[in-house]
Write a protein that binds this ligand. Structure first.
Ligand SMILES: Nc1ncnc2c1ncn2[C@@H]1O[C@H](COP(=O)(O)OP(=O)(O)OP(=O)(O)O)[C@@H](O)[C@H]1O
Ligand SMILES: [Mg+2]
Length: 282
């Protein structure tokens, strides 16, 4: 579990993260959502210790990471896996070398042992046999999977993914999302994901923190988000008229006032008498 307590971060006197608190549990996907520039990456970097917050603290399983120093901090760092925005693979290294990098940094294992572990995680992300390829030879989805393999190679307790779906088509995004979810549940990891992908929010959002101009504007899960009356959140999530209609109908569906089939018909044919519960139909 990770607890974020009243985190504040400024750059050159400009407040970027303003008093944000959250509790992110293990075995689930914790999403930080918000529009571009709302502070998702800065918050994540404060959480992993790449930025020092001006105030507040981050607790890893109850231990205050922000105040930690030396070997203790290094120990927690070892337990953190990170998938950076844009994958951040080393272009001059092969897939195998990229994934082995954290093992070289943090372990004194033999090459054979490290290679076995690399092959194990490559298999886990469905990339068997891609060892000798260079990043330039990979598709966007493959790059993300290599980055994910590298992030989990040290068996992290905490996994941070900054925009794991950026630049991917919706189907490939879903494959990555499901992979992250499976790995999270399988190894009981506390996973934190920055995203503005609506599919991800609905598919894997066990906990969702919505950031607006550096502040926590809303928190909840992917069921509650449908019913949220928070205007800023709704404008962000259901930005198009189509999605707004879908949300309205999903709400009626949940309340048992409208059937799934009727819902779909209404959504596809704008002229259909939507939003009228069947029993009230004239
Ligand atoms: N190192 C830095 N120095 C100064 N300002 C920064 C720094 N990093 C980020 N910022 C500012 O902090 C704000 C939030 O940036 P951040 O990268 O966290 O946004 P984001 O929500 O991750 O956006 P995106 O969805 O585009 O990735 C922006 O205004 C950005 O310019
Ligand atoms: Mg970002």
């Amino acid at each position: 579990m990770i607890e974020v307590k009243n985190i504040e971060k400024s750059f050159d006197g400009k407040v970027i993260i303003d008093d944000v608190s959250a509790v992110m549990k293990n075995g689930q996907c914790n999403l930080i959502i918000g529009s571009s520039g709302s502070g998702k990456t800065v918050l994540m970097k404060c959480m992993v210790g790449l930025f020092d917050p001006n105030a507040g603290s981050v607790l890893y399983n109850g231990e205050n990471f922000t105040e930690m120093t030396g070997a203790h901090k290094t120990q927690i760092r070892k337990e953190i896996g990170m998938l950076f925005q844009g994958s951040a693979l080393f272009d001059s290294l092969t897939v195998e070398q990229n994934v082995m990098f954290p093992l070289n940094m943090f372990t004194k294992d033999s090459f054979r042992k490290k290679l076995d572990r690399v092959n194990e995680v490559l298999e886990r992300v469905n990339l068997i046999g891609a060892n000798k390829k260079y990043p330039s030879e990979l598709s966007g989805g493959m790059k993300k999977r290599v980055a994910l393999a590298r992030a989990i190679v040290l068996n992290p307790k905490y996994l941070f993914c900054d925009e794991p779906n950026s630049g991917l088509d919706p189907q490939t995004s879903l494959v990555i999302d499901r992979l992250i979810k499976e790995i999270t549940e399988e190894y009981n990891i506390t996973t934190v994901i920055n995203t503005h992908d609506m599919n991800s929010v609905m598919e894997i959002g066990n906990y969702i923190l919505y950031m607006y101009q550096g502040k926590k504007e809303w928190e909840g899960n992917n069921k509650e988000i449908i019913f949220s009356k928070n205007e800023k959140l709704n404008d962000f999530i259901f930005a198009s008229e189509f999605l707004q209609d879908a949300k309205d109908m999903r709400m009626l569906e949940e309340k048992g006032k409208i059937s799934r089939q009727r819902n779909m018909e209404a959504l596809l044919h704008k002229d259909a008498p939507i939003l009228i519960p069947p029993q009230q139909k004239p």
